[in-house]
Design a protein around this ligand. Structure first.
Ligand SMILES: Cc1ncc(COP(=O)(O)O)c(C=O)c1O
Length: 405
């Protein structure tokens, strides 16, 4: 491969890393393709298929010839479905003009942050964070301010830590629950304690990433920021998507609702980038949001059972401590007690990345190390895979940990 000319690549690109979760999943896929016995627990996507009624809606849209450009902001039918969804599930009132559709939830975050951040601005990201937040902030030329949470606090942001992180330059709090990577959720009261802080700082806008809203367990009741504190409605962008709840990761649809002028700015940016989300995927998403929702509790039951299995088996591993989160399909166990130990072939586990690499090499289990999410020493397991694969993976992790000295 001939080298690129010096200075050819954008400086902004040098500020960011390729997505470590995508890299870890790809590595597992490559090893599998090479014939290795690999159990991939790195990928953040549900393992079940997109429900049939949603697929049929897409096929019908193709047959009707809905295969052309759409409005940048999304087709009116999907925007109307988004208005209904926010009213039905979150008790939030939005007008159609306050809604927006992008090719994936990631593109919503990208559009919102790129449309608003300037060099010198700060955006608070709560660690461990979804890997893309700080890098999108960096790409925009602004400064991610990382606030670490603690296992002892259930990986939840505390009002004190939030208050301490806010400065006159803070433009956004990028907030996510149920959390990727920890699965942590916030009760209404816990959210209210945070919104009380935010009410005192009118310069701070809130991007709340509610992608995993429907994946909560044990009767947990999901709430979102603008619902809990209507005083923040005018500076909150509430984002969601069909990827996780409806098992539609490949369709690439994310959506949001918020202040109309922010939506207009995001549309300006998207008009010069992706233009619009795929027309067929938008029609499928109309069916996802308006159609029967009865498979959601079925998915929830399956995930809850898997969460309980994984948490219980991981807590039987020597040196691992695994809290039991309320949502998403991830757990974020601590390997603090394993740092400094050696594998049978003499490799020292100095970091959580060493742990993940050695586990993959020794036992063929692919996980993502905590440093990728900004909080060590931990690792993330996605339990969106079959019970049999999870049991086998946990047995292998137990063996791996038992062999460390
Ligand atoms: C917290 C969070 N937000 C947003 C996204 C992006 O979702 P999408 O696949 O729709 O771009 C993900 C995907 O992993 C996620 O975990």
């Amino acid at each position: 491969m001939p080298p690129l000319p010096k200075g050819f690549l954008a400086e902004s690109l040098q500020r960011i890393q390729p997505s470590p979760t995508i890299a870890a999943s790809q590595k597992a896929r490559d090893l599998k393709a090479a014939g290795k016995d690999i159990i991939g627990l790195a990928m953040g996507e549900p393992d079940h298929d997109t429900p049939d009624n949603i697929k049929e809606a897409a096929i019908a849209a193709i047959r009707r010839g809905e295969t052309k450009y759409t409005a940048v902001e999304g087709i009116p039918e999907l925007r109307a479905a988004i208005v209904k969804k926010f009213k039905r599930e979150n008790n939030l009132d939005y007008k159609i003009a306050q809604t927006f559709v992008s090719p994936g939830g990631k593109a919503i975050v990208f559009n919102a942050l790129l449309a608003t951040l300037n060099p010198g601005d700060e955006a608070i990201c709560v660690a461990p964070y979804w890997v893309s937040y700080p890098d999108i902030v960096l790409l925009a030329g602004a400064k991610p301010v990382i606030v670490e949470t603690r296992l002892e606090d259930g990986f939840r942001l505390t009002p004190q830590a939030l208050e301490a992180a806010i400065t006159p330059k803070t433009k956004w709090l990028v907030f996510n629950q149920p959390s990727n990577p920890t699965g942590a959720c916030y009760t209404r009261e816990q959210l209210k304690a945070l919104t009380d802080v935010l009410m005192r700082h009118p310069q701070v806008w809130i991007l709340t990433d509610d992608m995993y809203e429907h994946l909560v367990y044990g009767g947990f009741k999901f709430s979102t920021i603008a619902e809990v504190e209507p005083g923040l409605y005018d500076r909150t962008l509430t984002m969601n998507g069909v990827s996780k709840a409806y098992s539609m990761t490949g369709w690439r649809i994310g959506y949001c609702a918020g202040p109309e002028l922010l939506i207009k700015a995001m549309a300006k940016l998207q008009s010069q980038s992706a233009s619009n989300a795929a027309s067929i995927s938008q029609w499928a998403s109309v069916e996802a949001l308006n159609g029967p929702q009865d498979f959601i509790p079925k998915f929830q039951n399956i995930f809850e059972e898997r969460r309980d299995l994984v948490v219980s088996m991981l807590n039987q591993c020597a040196g691992i401590e695994c809290p039991k989160p309320e949502g998403a399909f991830y757990v974020y166990p601590s390997v603090r007690k394993l740092i400094g130990k050696k594998t049978p072939d003499g490799k020292t586990i100095s970091t959580d990345e060493d742990f993940a690499v050695a586990l993959l090499e020794a036992e063929g289990v692919a996980v993502v190390h905590g440093a990728a999410f900004g909080l060590s020493p931990f690792f993330r397991i996605s339990y969106a895979t079959s019970n049999a694969a999870l049991e086998e993976a946990c047995r292998r992790i137990q063996k791996f940990c038992g062999n460390l000295r």
